[in-house]
Structures are given as C-alpha cells and as structure tokens.
Design a protein around this ligand. Structure first.
Ligand code: BTN
Length: 225
C-alpha cells in the first residue's frame, strides 16, 4: 500500500486518478483542498484542520454491490471516531453525523469493467478542527464534541488503518442512526416519509402513508427533518 501526503491539492479524488490502472492500493492525503468535491457536483469545504483523503482500491465486486464500499467507508469513519470517544451515527447511506450535524462526507467514484467494479476511489472528508462557522447550522467538527480532541495526524492515521481492514454489514447496521425519523426523500420525486430500516441490499426502507418503499442509494438521498 502506497500512502502519499500533500500540503495542498485541488481534490485528492482528482489527484489519485494518476495511479489508476497501476494495480496497487494507494491512499492520498492532503492538509487542505482548494476544490474539494462533494456529491451531486457540490463543493466540499476543505480548510486545514480536517482529514481529506482518497483511497484507490481494486475491490472486484459486482456493479450491484457498490453499497458495500459505501458501508465500508462509513464504518471505517465511525470506528475511528468511536475510538477517540465520540458517538457517531450514519445517516443512510454514508453521511456520518455527530449529534444532529454532519461531520464527514464520503464521495465514492467507481470504475466498471464488464459489469464489475474494477477500481474504486473512496474520498473522505472528516472535520476534526477546521473552521466551519459558515456551515455551523448543518456541519460540525470533532473538536466541538470532545473535551480532548486528537490531532489531525492521529485521526488520519487511525482512519487509514481502519480503511485497510475488513468491515461487516452488521457493523454498518450498528452505526446506522435516525431510523424512526421523518425524512424528506430526494429523488426524481420528493416526499416525506419515515425511515424504517436498512436492508441487506443497502436499500433504505421508508414508510409513506402506510406503504413500505425501498430506496436505492445510487439514485436517492434523504434529508433529516
Ligand atoms: C459529500 O458529503 O458531499 C461528500 C464529500 C467528500 C469530500 C472528500 S474530501 C477528500 C475527497 N476529495 C474530494 O474532492 N472529495 C472527497
């Protein structure tokens, strides 16, 4: 496994592209990103004080098993946070929250060959001590919830270690939060429903007007209400 550290880069997900096809697992970490990318084409605030990394893996999974990568990334983050004494919860599919605010975003970009996930770039942005005052109503950092906050290097080291170890679906379920909550479903249609459970397939089951509906993480996200 190659691990590379950068002072600054536009986006670790962009930078790691140069290693694609090499067959070697790689992790690229940056102290800050000038153009951090989020899901749905959004930008991801990436000032110094956070952990920003991308991991390139060759997972050899069927295309339909992409959820396993999302679950693994989220579990790796949760184990890391728990190890420092925090109490993280996953908002399906793979946002990690501390209390009611998001502390970590995950952007996974998979590359397919013959219906298999041949390469996967798992990008993780975890707020440790970075200034989030411009997003304070929706985002938080580890520093805000811990009396003794670890250093960025300590968090990065533990996260890297957890990413390279295996995780299970049971671990994912143990960290899933917000079930029983009213959520707004954001897909082709938008509606309010109650989050019920996460199925082995990775789908979220919600209840709307007495009807159970399965949502696929590839197409749909939910917002807490
Ligand atoms: C999201 O919540 O929208 C996902 C954010 C993912 C951010 C990480 S930071 C490291 C990697 N590089 C990027 O440009 N994005 C991901």
């Amino acid at each position: 496994m190659r691990i590379e550290f950068l002072k600054s880069v536009d986006s670790t997900n962009n930078y790691i592209q140069k290693y694609r096809g090499g067959g070697e697992n790689v992790i690229v970490c940056a102290e800050r990103q000038s153009a951090g990318r989020g899901t749905k084409g959004r930008t991801f605030l990436s000032d110094a004080g956070g952990v920003y990394l991308s991991a390139l893996f060759y997972p050899d999974l069927e295309a339909g098993q992409a959820f396993r990568l999302m679950a693994h990334a989220a579990v790796s983050v949760c184990k890391t946070l728990e190890g420092f004494g925090a109490h993280p919860a996953i908002k399906w599919a793979n946002d990690v929250f501390l209390g009611e605010k998001k502390c970590c975003g995950i952007l996974i970009e998979n590359f397919l060959k013959e219906n298999k996930i041949y390469e996967s770039v798992i990008g993780i942005g975890l707020n440790v001590k970075n200034d989030l005052s411009s997003l304070s109503d929706i985002a938080c950092s580890l520093r805000e919830v811990l009396k003794n906050c670890p250093t960025v290097e300590e968090v990065r080291g533990k996260l890297t270690e957890n990413l390279t170890q295996k995780s299970t679906f049971e671990e994912y379920l143990s960290f899933v939060g917000f079930l029983g909550r009213r959520v707004q479903v954001l897909g082709k249609e938008r509606y309010f429903a109650t989050a019920k459970r996460v199925l082995l397939s990775g789908e979220l089951e919600v209840e709307k007007d007495g009807e159970l509906i399965k949502l696929s993480s590839g197409e749909i996200s939910v917002r807490l209400t």
